[in-house]
Design a protein around this ligand. Structure first.
Ligand SMILES: [Fe+2]
Ligand SMILES: [Fe+2]
Length: 146
């Protein structure tokens, strides 16, 4: 599995968790559990993606701007996650704000797959892209347990 397939696998998980969470009742234990899973997945994915994938893309002339853009979006999502985390999940406003985060997540993963990966395929050697997968898995595991 190359890094693109590996990242897409996580993106599918994220789309799925967002869709499931949107169906939950305010204040339900299901919502609390799905939120914990989504939060952990988003944070660990973004961290490992930056450390392994964007750190490489950042160094390429045609990759720098795309890498910066994505890292900026990661920061915006982290802020939204932290705000949601501090709020009451029973509140209507939480549901509305979660809807905004969910839109951001979907926009972000769609953009990575449609716009960023094609550029990366041009600037990152395919051998390097294959080697990234194992490091990505390691970093992600560290982020989850750390
Ligand atoms: Fe990302
Ligand atoms: Fe991603």
């Amino acid at each position: 599995m190359n890094i693109y397939e590996r990242l897409k696998k996580d993106h599918e998980t994220q789309r799925d968790l967002c869709a499931k969470l949107a169906e939950t009742e305010e204040g339900s234990s299901e919502r609390a559990e799905l939120w914990d899973s989504l939060k952990e997945e988003l944070e660990a994915h973004a961290l490992a993606e930056e450390q392994v994938f964007y750190s490489n893309m950042m160094k390429k002339t045609d990759g720098t701007e795309h890498a910066r853009h994505s890292v900026h979006e990661h920061q915006q999502m982290t802020e939204m996650i932290n705000e949601l985390d501090a709020m009451d999940q029973n509140a209507d406003i939480w549901t509305k704000k979660f809807g905004k985060l969910s839109d951001r997540v979907i926009h972000h993963v769609d953009e990575e797959e449609a716009d960023i990966f094609p550029v990366a395929r041009d600037v990152i050697a395919s051998e390097t892209a294959n080697e990234m997968t194992e490091r990505f898995n390691e970093r992600k595991k560290e982020a989850v347990s750390g």
